[in-house]
Design a protein around this ligand. Structure first.
Ligand SMILES: Cc1ncc(COP(=O)(O)O)c(C=O)c1O
Length: 324
């Protein structure tokens, strides 16, 4: 058992994710870009079509069950990957799920939303992308459900609570095992970052293990200063659960690949999605992983990742969005 697993063994956990996820070299991309490029396949965490959110739910659902909750509220966009996993969790564990989704109700649900429907989630559409309005509606639904006697587990966007972030402390432990098994010295890890939970967990894991490389969260929507502060705050709250300190020097966010904002495609993102699909048979999405992979490719071309360096792309899932 590695150090991370030992530390996490004190925390309640369900086995939602199919772990460990595959870790392998991207031989064509490594050749094209002259860098040693590996991928961690968290698109293949299995449950409810997989992605990074299942790791968070390994811990979140254990917490919800321990607290005796019978209902979970989640917040997201119509095509939220997090809400898709949450819908699956509710169905499997017998908790009712209420989703507060920004975006008009489409005539015909597609992609993630289609799956939310299939899994029986109760969906509340709101016609705004304003996060305050969305939160207001979510609290209204929570109050109503509590009035009806339900015990509600309330989740912020992305399930990015300190408990949720523990999922990526565990993910970090798995990455260290992958590096060991492949005898690799890794220079950089690149992944898509938004609600801070994934990166906070990774950074907290790095703080425990003392790895000297750099984790770079490619923001898909949030300005760098804001996201770095969110990540640090969340990593420290997760660290408090385990009694570990998180230095701020570990948090690196790059906002260069956001383009016009959340869900807005960029040419670089489209190119990245195409290259990964055609050269490696790996499918990304246009909201999250495509933008992060745009960053990876640009770092190789510009020399921010030097020739001969080893970089790991953490594939956080989301490719159901391709079927929107
Ligand atoms: C596919 C995908 N990748 C990355 C992220 C970002 O993860 P986090 O919100 O933990 O920063 C998300 C979040 O919704 C996602 O769905």
């Amino acid at each position: 058992m590695n150090e991370i697993n030992k530390i996490l063994s004190q925390i309640s956990r369900e086995t939602v994710s199919l772990l460990p996820t595959p870790f392998h070299r991207l031989s064509s991309l490594s050749e094209i870009f002259g860098r040693n490029i590996y991928i961690k396949r968290d698109d293949l965490t299995g449950f409810s079509f997989g992605g990074n959110k299942t790791r968070k739910f390994d811990f979140l659902i254990a917490d919800a069950l321990e607290k005796g909750c019978d209902t979970i509220i989640g917040i997201g966009a119509n095509q939220s990957n997090f809400c898709r996993i949450l819908s699956g969790i509710g169905a499997k564990y017998g908790l009712s799920v209420h989703l507060i989704l920004n975006g008009l109700k489409p005539k015909k649900p597609t992609g993630n939303l289609l799956i939310d429907h299939m899994l029986g989630a109760k969906i509340h559409h709101i016609d705004t992308i304003d996060s305050e309005e969305r939160l207001k509606k979510a609290i209204e639904v929570k109050n109503q459900l509590e009035y009806e006697g339900k015990k509600v587990y309330f989740l912020p966007p992305g399930g990015s609570t300190p408990i949720g972030a523990l999922g990526y402390i565990a993910g970090w432990g798995e990455l260290l095992d992958d590096f060991d098994k492949n005898n690799l010295t890794v220079d950089k890890i690149i992944h898509a970052s938004s609600s801070a939970g994934t990166q906070a967990g990774l950074v907290a894991g790095q703080a425990i293990s003392g790895w000297s490389g750099e984790i770079i969260g490619m923001s898909v929507d949030v300005p760098r200063d804001q996201l770095e502060s969110d990540v640090l705050k969340l990593a420290r709250s997760a660290g408090d659960i385990l009694n570990i300190n998180i230095p701020d020097s570990l948090v690196h966010v790059d906002e260069s690949y956001i383009g016009e904002g959340y869900g807005k495609r960029t040419a670089g993102c489209e190119e990245a999605v195409e290259i990964f699909a055609k050269k490696e048979g790996v499918f990304l999405d246009y909201v999250y992983t495509g933008k992060a992979a745009n960053g990876l490719i640009d770092y190789c071309r510009s020399g921010k990742i030097k020739p001969g360096e080893t970089v790991v792309f953490l594939h956080t899932g989301g490719n159901i969005e391709l079927f929107e």
